[in-house]
Design a protein around this ligand. Structure first.
Ligand code: NAD
Length: 352
């Protein structure tokens, strides 16, 4: 009979609860307990029949728990993960895995020392929009890609809680940057060679409330990531250019299209147009004489459950982890290079 793993959740706020309520989609993982310092959160968990604890040390003594998900504010991820692995628990942290590469190294060392599985919940590798773009890139549907723009844009600023505090690991680089950088590093099998960022401080000086980041990969791809929180008109979620076409995805509903150039017909509609106060041939829009439009490829998007399925199989030695601590280390090093770029107002050469 296959073992069922009991899950404890530390931090039962928005995301802790999300893990709990999505567990009915996961085979072999059974949520049993919650630890939260807030009574209101513990009351909520108890209303679902979960055991509760008000302190990390108490939940770590619960021998029925096999896996601990740490969904607290970011600065607790490292110390709690290390304590939990020392106490014999396997650990999934919410993203970011921690707030520095030095902390992450300590976590990796602890996972080796105590022989526990450590992973980070990079759930946005299973986003349908991301998987669609990855398929377009992998299948060369627009030829070899030379530039990617990946954006998330909101208008509500940073929630005025711990996310606005540096000591808690706040700021949008650690919040959304970590997702979008993880996607970028997972899209191309190539080292990052240069990092340049400009951070925004529209409402907060202590942490970034948005940024524009440019990564240059060794394979030549220039990958721009924009995270805005004070923007009322959004640009497309994805805009990707290849040598044989362009792909656009406008939003998370995956509205978008691919336009390919028709080989041999490149010059068929190249007439100059009146544009603004001048004339242009370079920027003249193409017609269907030289281009052809395609729908986006179909993607099954319900595969997020694969994250937990793989984690359990990795505990049992049957699979390698899909989201490995070493991958999180690359993401962390890119974020650290971005903070260096911001501080020194220059691009930073790296080999990540
Ligand atoms: P939140 O503020 O809604 O919840 C945090 C919870 O942790 C609160 O209930 C709080 O009382 C509790 N808490 C604080 N300090 C604690 C401590 N010392 N011990 C135990 N509990 C403690 O925050 P959130 O939005 O749920 O974010 C939590 C984590 O999840 C963060 O790391 C965040 O980056 C991550 N997150 C991930 C995603 C995703 O899609 N993967 C989405 C949102 C948040």
């Amino acid at each position: 009979m296959k073992k069922t793993y009991n899950l404890g959740i530390v931090g039962y706020g928005g995301m802790g609860k999300w893990h709990h309520l999505n567990m009915d989609r996961i085979d072999r993982v059974n949520p049993v307990a919650v630890c939260d310092i807030a009574k209101s959160a513990r009351d909520r968990a108890e209303s679902y029949g979960l055991k509760t604890y008000d302190n990390i040390n108490k939940i770590l003594k619960d021998d029925s728990i096999d896996i601990l998900v740490i969904a607290t504010p970011n600065h607790f991820h490292c110390p709690y993960a290390i304590k939990a692995m020392q106490a014999g628990k396997h650990v999934i942290t919410e993203k970011p895995i921690t707030t520095s590469s030095a902390n992450l190294q300590k976590m990796i060392d602890a996972s080796v020392l105590y022989d526990r599985k450590l992973s980070v919940h990079q759930n946005r590798r299973w986003d349908k929009d991301y998987l669609t773009i990855k398929k377009i890139v992998d299948d060369k549907m627009i030829g070899d890609v030379f530039t990617v723009s990946s954006r998330v844009m909101g208008s509500r600023g940073i929630p005025g809680d711990w996310r606005a505090k540096k000591a808690f690991g706040g700021g949008m680089m650690l919040d959304w940057g970590v997702h979008l950088i993880d996607q970028a590093l997972h899209m191309f099998d190539s080292p990052v060679r240069e990092v340049y960022v400009r951070m925004q401080h529209v409402h907060y000086s202590e942490v970034d409330d948005g940024f524009s980041l440019v990564l240059t990969f060794e394979n030549g791809v220039v990958y721009t990531i924009d995270v805005f929180t004070s923007c009322y008109i959004n640009l497309p979620r994805w805009h990707v250019c290849g040598y044989e076409g362009t792909a656009v995805i406008n939003d998370w509903s995956c509205d978008g299209k691919i336009v390919n150039i028709q080989k041999g017909k490149e010059n068929e509609d190249a007439t100059p147009i009146e544009a603004g106060a001048g004339l242009t041939k370079t920027m003249a829009p193409r017609t269907d004489k030289s281009t052809v439009e395609h729908s986006l490829p179909h993607i099954e998007c319900d595969e997020w459950v694969e994250y937990y399925g793989n984690y359990v199989n990795a505990i049992e030695g049957k699979e390698d982890l899909l989201v490995k601590p070493e991958q999180a280390m690359r993401v962390m090093r890119v974020m650290e290079a971005a903070f260096k770029s911001e501080k020194q107002n220059r691009s930073v050469k790296v080999n990540i």
